[in-house]
Design a protein around this ligand. Structure first.
Ligand code: NAI
Ligand code: PHE
Length: 368
């Protein structure tokens, strides 16, 4: 995670800025604009070093490129990371407003080559604040003319991914199956609700005691946050942070399938190989969690209504079926199969076709 290593990142652009007054470092990374202006949310967190913040932004921006490509959306991939001097809940509101205003200035200087949206620790009202300074923002509140939170659509897509993955793994429906959800936030909370409605037995984990209490009151079984990788279940749904399954965890995690919302669930391709060798079927996250992108880009760039978003988001199950068939035919991991689908769309020939057909919407990416 050294800064030297991170500066050898081969995406299109890295922008950084430091604000001495708030001791905050701002990073925007544009991975690719091949299919349209780069887009990806703003994540605010306390990082151990600037190298870690750069690394996170780079990986997340790369995942956005793949998500947009595999989802056939006319946007590229980018991501913002705001490296805070302390955890988000210790930043007071005046400081937070200054931080958002500086971030908005940075985005505005990119003149539409990068569009942001909500991500971990940012929400629609933060997008409203950014939009006072820059127009390159998805996911403002509905009252302020935006599409609002992307979390419901993301959760619906993850639920479709869970069903498709359970079916392909030979588990049938979710009815009576044990599903472990890690992270009960905006997306995970909704995933729990949908899975419970489908008859699953829910095990839940979070680091926030209030969220756990609410889940426990709703009748779900609480698992200690440190035990998720050792708790037997039929399907594991990581809906907190990425990077939780490395090769070691992949070798022992007691589950038959993985499908969740977190970006970059696997630390590296080797972890995917280990899961495959054990017969653990893993839904590539950049396919499974694309519902939020359908919501934001669909509503604000492509002029879709809510029914269009739901229809496209439900299609995530079909895309995963395609990924799983390709993975079986070629004898490769599901992640590698999804990469093949995404890269086919990113290839120069198909990118030219996409740019031509999507030009009116994507070139300007102006909110409708
Ligand atoms: P959130 O911040 O609302 O929820 C995250 C939850 O995870 C919180 O309840 C937090 O307490 C919990 N958590 C954090 N560390 C944990 C740990 N070690 N163990 C257990 N729980 C832990 O975030 P949100 O919006 O629900 O997103 C969840 C994940 O899905 C993130 O990785 C995000 O990047 C990804 N994602 C979100 C999308 C969206 O539309 N919100 C779209 C695509 C991906
Ligand atoms: N941050 C979310 C994601 O990772 C939602 C988002 C999608 C934000 C597209 C901006 C653009 O998918």
């Amino acid at each position: 995670m050294s800064i030297d290593d991170e500066l050898r990142w081969d995406g299109e652009l890295t922008v950084t800025r430091h604000d001495r007054e708030t001791d905050t470092t701002f990073v925007i990374r544009i991975d690719s604009t091949r299919l349209g202006p780069a887009s990806g949310g703003t994540r605010a967190a306390h990082y151990p070093s600037i190298g870690h913040a750069l690394a996170d932004a780079g990986k997340l921006a790369g995942a956005m490129t793949l998500k947009m490509a595999v989802s056939d959306l006319p946007m590229g991939g980018g991501k913002s990371v705001i490296a805070l001097p302390a955890p988000r809940n210790r930043i007071d509101s005046a400081t937070w407003t200054r931080i958002l205003d500086i971030h908005a200035e940075n985005i505005d200087k990119l003149e539409g080559n990068y569009w942001t949206g909500p991500d971990v620790n940012t929400n629609s009202s933060d997008m409203d604040q950014l939009s006072r300074t820059t127009k390159y923002v998805f996911g403002r509140s509905v009252d302020n003319g935006g599409a609002g939170s992307s979390a419901h659509a993301t959760a619906l897509g993850v639920f479709e991914a869970m069903k498709a993955t359970a079916r392909r793994r030979g588990l049938g429906t979710l009815d009576g199956r044990t599903v472990l959800v890690q992270g009960l936030g905006a997306v995970g909370g909704d995933v729990v609700r949908l899975a419970a409605q489908a008859g699953a037995r829910l095990l839940v984990a979070d680091t926030d005691p209030q969220r756990l209490e609410a889940a426990s009151l709703a009748g779900h079984t609480v698992v200690p946050a440190g035990e998720v990788l050792r708790t037997p279940c039929d399907l594991f749904a990581p809906c907190a942070m990425g990077g939780i399954i490395d090769s070691g965890a992949a070798a022992s995690i007691p589950t038959l399938a993985v499908a969740g919302a977190a970006n970059n669930i696997l630390t590296d391709p080797a972890a995917g190989e280990v899961l495959r060798s054990r017969g653990v079927l893993c839904a590539p996250d950049f396919v499974a969690n694309a519902g939020g992108a359908f919501h934001l880009v669909g509503r604000e760039v492509l002029g879709w209504n809510e029914d269009d978003v739901v229809e496209r988001t439900r299609g995530i199950g079909r895309t995963l079926d395609e990924v799983y068939s390709l993975s079986e035919e070629r004898g490769i991991t599901t992640e590698a199969a999804a990469l093949l689908l995404a890269r086919a769309r990113l290839s120069p020939a198909s990118a030219t076709a996409a740019a031509t057909s999507a030009a009116p919407a994507a070139a300007a990416a102006s909110p409708v």
